[in-house]
Design a protein. Structure first.
Length: 324
């Protein structure tokens, strides 16, 4: 989607994206930079020293992105080469043995691991949200089987007579058949709720009048520390020459978009203000607590002094009475 939107664009657009949306994750920016390679000199722009440094950093980012993909692909191949045949052999061996609850659980575990290897090592399943949920939920199924095996082994060691009654071959089949939908559906629901509450999504709209619109929405607190929900849009030129010239006239720093074209990100400044307010409130509370403690101490001291005075008066009276 980024590639289609940025086709024919310039690296100045990538800089505007990075400048105006500093909260965009690095992997998205790297993908944008990867798509924009070799197109920055198409409009005969005049570049400053800062711009050249930016281009150099973009080239380095592109190289790191390619190296990361290379290492990841090598790791995926290794997992596929060893994981697929290993799990198939384990399932065949478990099914060839005498039917028992343990062999049924081991066969189910090997088949679950086989599916996780297939789904987790292929990128095509992680591109769409529904398939990524399926991938994660299938990866959760072998963990539930492992818990079941641990429980069965515990019964076999600590309660051998109860184990024969509680876990039979038929019950083992029923348990495996029940765990498949329960584990997948339960974890898929948790995964979907987590995404809807804690994920910052970046949606790129189709360019209209040579402009591209990015919408970012944060709903809850995330790893970067966003506390407020935000909805911000930034516009920058893409391919339309009229919009590009209009932005050049408005801008004060060469090819970069002007401040009038960029709506401010409304979640950063308020966040700082809120933090300051919270700190002030905490300080006020601490001061109030200290004052209360001091007052209590003063009252206690006064009470002690009064008691001492009363005791002295009593002693004096007793002394006078004894002298008489």
């Amino acid at each position: 989607m980024f590639g289609e939107a940025f086709s024919g664009g310039s690296k100045a657009s990538a800089y505007r994206l990075q400048k105006n949306h500093t909260d965009i994750p690095e992997h998205l920016l790297l993908c944008v930079i990867h798509e924009l390679s070799g197109t920055y000199d198409a409009y005969n722009e005049v570049w400053d020293a800062d711009d050249l440094e930016l281009i150099y950093s973009m080239d380095i980012a592109k190289q790191t992105c390619i190296l990361g993909d290379l290492y990841e692909n090598v790791f995926r191949v290794i997992v596929l080469v060893f994981g697929l045949p290993g799990n198939i052999i384990a399932a065949i061996v478990a099914l060839s043995l005498e039917r028992a609850p343990t062999t049924i659980f081991v066969a189910a575990l090997s088949m679950g691991d086989f599916l996780t290897v297939v789904f987790r090592t292929t990128k095509m399943f992680s591109l769409v949200l529904e398939y990524s949920i399926l991938k994660v939920s299938i990866g959760f199924f072998p963990n539930t089987i492992l818990v079941l095996i641990c429980f069965e082994r515990y019964l076999a060691v600590c309660h051998p007579f109860k184990k024969r009654r509680w876990i039979t071959i038929q019950k083992a089949y029923y348990l495996v058949a029940m765990l498949v939908p329960i584990s997948c559906c339960a974890y898929a629901a948790i995964y979907a709720i987590a995404i809807s509450q804690h994920y910052i999504g970046y949606n790129v709209d189709e360019p209209q009048d040579g402009r591209l619109t990015i919408v970012c929405a944060a709903t809850h607190e995330t790893e970067r520390g966003y506390n407020d929900s935000c909805l911000s849009r930034s516009h920058y030129t893409d391919t339309d020459p009229t919009s590009r010239e209009r932005n050049r006239q408005d801008s004060n720093s060469g090819p970069f978009a002007s401040e009038a074209d960029v709506l401010p990100l409304g979640h950063r400044a308020p966040q700082k203000k809120k933090k300051k307010k919270k700190k002030k409130k905490k300080k006020k509370k601490k001061k109030k607590k200290k004052k209360k403690k001091k007052k209590k101490k003063k009252k206690k001291k006064k009470k002690k002094k009064k008691k001492k005075k009363k005791k002295k008066k009593k002693k004096k009276k007793k002394g006078k009475i004894s002298l008489r």
